[in-house]
Write a protein that binds this ligand. Structure first.
Ligand SMILES: Cc1ncc(COP(=O)(O)O)c(C=O)c1O
Length: 387
């Protein structure tokens, strides 16, 4: 029995140590981590440069509050804005809070246009967080159940269906479109290659803010630092978290143009958001991306995984499809043949950490994964889906 609230249902395992793609439990047994703490520890566990950054910064200063200027925060804002072609940054502690900032910006944008009942178009099956605003934006009833009344401004349309968005072109109350470039919690749903570009055109034509939630797909996960860079577009607002801190809690809401001017003194804030520790660590994360050519590894390992999967697993009658973008991996299985609800536990027994979403295996392995580790992963997946 524990004194924790019952909102989680953890697996019966406790980890005490992590190195690279591997976690060690209380009995000293090692597990291959193909989930990275749900897409967080992208540079692997205990990356020496990140550990050093945490130690060095904690010896100097952890926290002062946003009542004072924070040098690390200003540096990180400049760096992220340069990398993402954005103008301004707000730092939060989580992905949901980064999205909350985006939603508040959309509200202020509505006010600036004299729109009093704004609509934000979001996608069915999308996931944006667990706060009241972000669960309202989320397109999954299981996340919303029991929490009505929800915020009414979110109207859900089918993902990867440009006509579904285009239908709202004459609606004067729409102020923004908020999407994940690849739907993560839905099980890695990759839209057609020009979908994000076509949404961008509609947003420009209608003066809607284009909000991309890259909390899961960003920070190198898909092989570009930001997933939308595959499409050579720039949104008005870009939300990041998870891999930005490689395990320290930090989120960012980046904005450009009009969207960047909406927050004025007193309109938003956070006690912890962007403190010297987390912003220093996030800068070190960006250093590692540059110094260790992480994005190159993502593309190479993505191709290697795909070719190994196609030659060794794809022909299995259990497998329906492989959905892969960088190291964001979804494997659709045939539920009539295999009981997907048992697979997380079965994988755990084989010392493999994965996630199951509906009838899909979802994997977000550390971006530093090697060929050797992918070989182990492929073997473990074969064992997992062999009935
Ligand atoms: C796309 C997306 N947005 C937002 C969130 C919420 O982030 P957090 O749990 O840090 O609040 C998640 C978390 O899984 C996510 O995948």
């Amino acid at each position: 029995m524990s004194n924790l609230m019952s909102n989680y249902y953890p697996l019966e395992v406790t980890f005490v140590k992590g190195r690279g793609c591997w976690l060690t439990d209380t009995s000293g047994i090692e597990y291959l981590d193909a989930l990275s703490g749900i897409g967080v520890v992208n540079l692997g566990h205990s990356h020496p440069a990140i550990t050093k950054s945490i130690v060095d910064q904690s010896k100097e200063l952890l926290h002062t509050s946003n009542v004072y200027r924070i040098a690390n925060q200003e540096k990180l804002a400049t760096r992220l804005c340069n990398l993402a072609n954005m103008d301004k940054a707000f730092f939060s502690n989580s992905g949901a809070e980064a999205n909350e900032a985006a939603i508040k910006i959309a509200r202020l944008y509505a006010r600036s246009k004299n729109i009093h009942n704004p609509i934000v178009l979001t996608a069915n099956k999308g996931f944006h967080g667990r706060t009241m605003a972000t669960l309202s934006a989320t397109g999954q009833s299981k996340v919303q159940e029991g929490f009505a009344p929800l915020m009414s401004e979110f109207v859900h349309v089918d993902f990867d269906d440009i006509d579904a968005i285009n239908k709202y072109s004459k609606n004067k109350d729409v102020v923004a479109v908020m999407l994940e470039p690849v739907q993560g919690e839905a099980g890695v749903i990759i839209p057609q290659s020009d979908y994000l570009n076509r949404v961008q055109i509609l947003c420009e034509q209608n003066e809607w803010l284009y909000i991309l939630d890259e909390v899961q797909a960003g920070m190198g996960r898909t092989g570009r630092l930001f997933a939308h860079q595959h499409n050579k577009i720039t949104p008005d607002i870009l939300c990041l978290a998870k891999g930005l801190g490689n395990g320290v809690p930090i989120g960012a809401c980046l904005a450009k143009g009009k969207a960047a001017e909406m927050l004025t003194p007193g309109t938003h804030g956070s006690t912890f958001g962007g403190n010297p520790l987390v912003t220093g660590v996030a800068s070190s994360v960006l250093d590692v991306f540059e110094n260790d050519l992480i994005l190159d590894n993502v593309m190479k390992m993505s191709q290697y995984f795909e070719s190994e999967f196609k030659s060794k697993i794809m022909s299995s009658s259990v497998v329906r499809e492989l959905r892969i973008k960088g190291l964001m991996i979804g494997i659709g299985l045939d539920e009539n043949i295999i009981d997907c609800s048992k697979l997380t536990q079965k994988a755990l027994e084989d010392k493999l950490l994965i996630n199951i979403t509906g009838n899909s295996i979802r994997m977000l392995p550390p971006l530093i994964i090697s060929k050797k580790e992918i070989d182990i992963l492929i073997k473990k997946i074969i064992k997992l889906i062999t009935i």
